[in-house]
Design a protein around this ligand. Sequence first.
Ligand code: CDP
Ligand code: MG
Length: 690
Amino acid sequence: MPSMAQNGRVTTDFKQSNQAHNSNAFARREEIRQQRESLPIASVKERLIEEVKKHDVLIIVGETGSGKTTQIPQFLFSAGFCREGKSVGITQPRRVAAVTVAKRVAEECGVELGQKVGYSIRFDDRTSGVTRIKYMTDGLLLREALLDPYLSRYSVVIVDEAHERTVHTDVLLGLLKNVQKARLKSQDRKFPPLKLIIMSASLDARVFSEYFGGARAVHIQGRQHPVDILYTLYPEKDYVDAALVTIFQIHLEERHGDILVFLTGQEEIEAVERLVQERLRQLPESNRKLVTVPIFSSLPSEQQMRVFMPAPDGHRKVVLATNIAETSVTIPGIKFVIDPGFVKARSYDPAKGMESLIIIPTSKAQALQRSGRAGREGPGKCFRLYPESEFEKLEDSTKPEIKRCNLANVILQLKALGVDDIFGFDFIEKPSRAAIVKSLEHLFLLGALTDDCKLSDPVGHQMARLPLDPIYSKALILASQFNCLEEMLITVAMLSVDSVFYAPREKLDESRTAAKCFASPDGDHITLINVYRAAEDLLEKRKWVPHTERNEKIFKAKSEKIFKRWCKENFINGRSVRHARDIHSQIRGHVEQMGLRITSCGDDMLQFRRCLAASFFINAALKQPEGNYRAFGTGQVVQIHPSSVLFQSKVECVVFNEMVQTTNKYIRNVTRIEYMWLTELAPHYYTMQS
Ligand code: CDP
Ligand code: MG
């Protein structure tokens, strides 16, 4: 059985005898059985099954941790909903939740993952023909509908975490409503009625119930212990530092119990991880019994399960999480919550057609969910790192994502599903007309739509097939024409993961010097390619040795070791690079299937930069006399982000992929281009502008 070593890494104890293993396995099964029986949902199993049988749409509201996600699909399975090869599908807004819950449920059922219980998320499918309980992201089910418009393999679809109101959840609800109607109308026995369950942790089921014509809602009583809420006296200037101080205050002064800290993203989590390690080294040996465990969406799946494992004996665990731990995953053992009160969110300005990621205060509902995590198993404490007066100023609940994101992706998918009239689509909450118009315009500029707003052939259809942001899908299609698809595949993979470089505050100079070895004077895209290729070289260097199984193992271990050292020396995030390699191989598979020509432009980076200009022309910016840049499309004044290789350079014209807004508006992932290329390669846009 896996156990945690002193340094917090997961190790496997191979020395266990078989007998010990058997009794361990027995004890584990017994433990799981008891845990399941003590969940609040266990006592209402029969009633729930009856409700599902009676109603085609059912809304289930229950506190986080009551057992909705892990238990209800198993109840339905045992009640016969998976007869005749049908499955129960459960959607999650987040990848990590789909993966960790599927693993847990497979363990509860005593089956291997990918057999009866599996998961499927973008770029990672662990299901098979015999899978009957399938966890997946909401986005993935939307894509499945492209191939199977009746979702015929499912007898029940459960939309979980509906209160999160991600754009995919909202669109999926509309789609499922249509599928349900279509199945009812169909006389074909292949399509029995579809049962729909909407699960939510928020008490307000009204909006869902109304949307489904007054659908029935049931509430599951949770178990919640009292949680002391503590506020700071004054606003904190640096919430990362405040969180750090609070972690150690709890560690040194409070009774036992694990800590959960809510941070905004991978970069911040990894920075805090390093800072905790560093401060620990300054403490006396006896006070060092603290282990950190990160959890965020792009964490490789083999590392995700670590949050569920207990800390080694006598140690305290600090879970550093994004808002994923608010309701999506329930982590046992938490007694203390640290809530800086911020979250990273998408924000879209339809007037400018620009989407950006911003860090904003949480809503009251989120703050309550976060503090609730401290009281699952007993009384707890929540440290809100802001003054009490600030709480009152928070919004009551989070605005649905569909109201604050670029809709191009969703519209492309709806069009591919045959929904041509986007304005007439029955959204649970309609996005603004301006946002729809702007996103249609965006798709039109990318060549995905014809003049009468239909999907264009072949570009629009090809774009809809790729599981990527439309602008990236288009970049791949163009790259095959520019003979640089190999380079673009790497670029898109690297742009799809979180920061590849890290720059710890205390080693800023060192990390910047290290990053220079990969830097291209042309910009970040080519720099990312350089990093990717260098990593690939290290990980696949064993070509010259004879291919035997033993050799493979030795060299794999050796190259892994070299890779780790190389990452450390060069301040490169190994996790991100591995993730990018994964994504790369998946997208490569897609474009091969589509019959695109994969060739490399070799050293001709001019060709590649021209392709970047042709692909990302919507995001181009020109240097202004005072040194800032002005984005063409939106007219916004922006600066090149300090993490870019072009920071403080004097280049005239650039294309970029991302805009982040902190105190200033920054553009990231930037490449130098010639202004003239824009009028040549995107005349439909640039003649219109001038
Ligand atoms: O969906 P809901 O929040 O109602 O609860 P759940 O996710 O079904 O979790 C039920 C219980 O399973 C919780 O007590 C979790 O701690 C536990 N669980 C776990 O131990 N390991 C997982 N990977 C997932 C859940
Ligand atoms: Mg759940």
